[in-house]
Ligand binder design. Structure first.
Ligand SMILES: C[S@@+](CC[C@H](N)C(=O)[O-])C[C@H]1O[C@@H](n2cnc3c(N)ncnc32)[C@H](O)[C@@H]1O
Length: 207
């Protein structure tokens, strides 16, 4: 039998009683996801003033909000999502499906053709309720982000991508090790224990 996820009602109950959701609301962040990026950033020193970065799967905008504060006025944040993103100071917000060719063109235009220092991808599929299906969809999104990172990063640049553990995961990590100087797996505290998601941090892109 395929493994099924929680019902919508159970998910909503869990969501609203989640301490990270409550904290994000109190602190003015757009999503609880911000605490995942914050933890990785504090541990790995990922974001710094002046960086040019792309945030894929950015809605509602917690990561972009955090990134824009860290890179400051000399930096640039381009946020991309299937869903509209309410405008954020210091962030160029774009909408579309990242698996389509036009998405690449729109992001490349927003960067004025400049190579980027960092690609973030928190893209996640709409959950089907069937873990194996969600895992395959998550891998396809991670692969689209990987193709973009390889196309857009400057040598020495970094890539942080969400991935569900399961078939294809080890191959993905192996490929990353071929392109980047260092690859580590992170599971931040704000990432639910039962969720198969982890973050792959690939540093020092080598052409
Ligand atoms: C977990 S949410 C991202 C949360 C975000 N990092 C934040 O801090 O607010 C995942 C996002 O991936 C987006 N997404 C899924 N498939 C996509 C695709 N094909 N192209 C662009 N965005 C996609 C979803 O619309 C969703 O907003």
């Amino acid at each position: 039998m395929p493994k099924r996820r929680k019902s919508s009602a159970a998910w909503l109950r869990e969501h609203f009683s989640d301490p990270y959701v409550q904290r994000a609301k109190a602190e003015g962040w757009r999503s609880r996801a911000v605490y995942k990026l914050e933890e990785i950033d504090e541990r790995d020193r990922l974001l710094r003033p002046g960086l040019h970065l792309v945030d894929l799967g950015a809605a509602p905008g917690g990561w972009s909000q955090y990134a824009a504060r860290k890179v400051g006025p000399e930096g640039r944040v381009v946020a991309f999502d299937l869903l509209p993103i309410t405008p954020l100071p210091g962030v160029v917000c774009l909408q579309g499906d990242f698996r389509e060719r036009e998405a690449l063109d729109a992001v490349t235009d927003a960067l004025d053709g400049r190579a980027v220092d960092l690609v973030l991808s928190d893209m996640a599929p709409n959950t089907s309720g069937v873990e194996a299906v969600d895992q395959i969809r998550s891998l396809a999104l991670a692969e689209a982000a990987e193709a973009f990172a390889i196309h857009a990063l400057r040598p020495g640049g970094d890539f942080l991508v969400k991935l569900f553990q399961g078939p294809g995961f080890d191959d993905f990590v192996r490929r990353m090790r071929g392109h980047f100087g260092k690859v580590v797996v992170r599971k931040p505290k704000a990432s639910r224990e039962r969720s198969p998601e982890v973050y792959l941090l690939a540093r020092n892109y080598a052409l």
